[in-house]
Ligand binder design. Sequence first.
Ligand code: MG
Length: 254
Amino acid sequence: MKRNQIPFLALFFLIGFNALAQQPRAQIDPKATEVWEPEVPKVDPGKDVYSPPSDAIVLFDGKDMSEWEIGDHTKWEVKDGVVTIQESDKHRQSPTSISTKKAFGDMQLHLEWRSPAEVKGGGQRRGNSGIMLQGKYEVQVLDSYDNRTYSNGQAASVYKQYYPLVNACRKPGEWQVYDIVYTAPRFDENGDLRSPARVTVIHNGVLVQNNVEIQGRVAFIGPAKYSAHDLKQPLHLQDHGDAVSYRNIWVREL
Ligand code: MG
């Protein structure tokens, strides 16, 4: 740099700093972009990733099914901290379900399930149950370990709508984990769909459904369609006649 350039450089910096100093303070204050209210509530996350956090509604803690309505048509037996569907042939063609006494809208759901260690049947007739979100939208439970069926009907599919991104199934008889984030559909006052339901599913720690848009109520035959319902609806678990077990079921309302 030549000596006679130095005064110009000094002048340039002086003008620059002056311009900065003249900016209104709010525009350069880093506090302007800080958000302090509301203060985020504290939650005790529990002792491991499986235990219910302090703000969860526990739907099954291994003791009893008092949070559920169970009709005469189905039998769920609680033993050793686990609830198991009684095996039966009569429900295989027309699955039934049990429902929570409480109703839920947007939610985070955690549950653990296990298909029977003794493998019987194949395809849809092997460890079939289901997580019926709002009693209407099914995340499939099935023993999909070495058990080919239609992809959009295997474990962790949104039944007949979306196959999972990968098959993260453990062996039959091993416990499996679903963590589900669900956004309920919204309907306007005429009963028309304003926004569809959405769901994210993590199966054994692996993302398998990434915020997919649910197409309508689960349908075994034909396309899924919506029909208007209240924002909050009970959660159902499907009894498909297979001896599927559940444990550690909890919900966080969003
Ligand atoms: Mg099912």
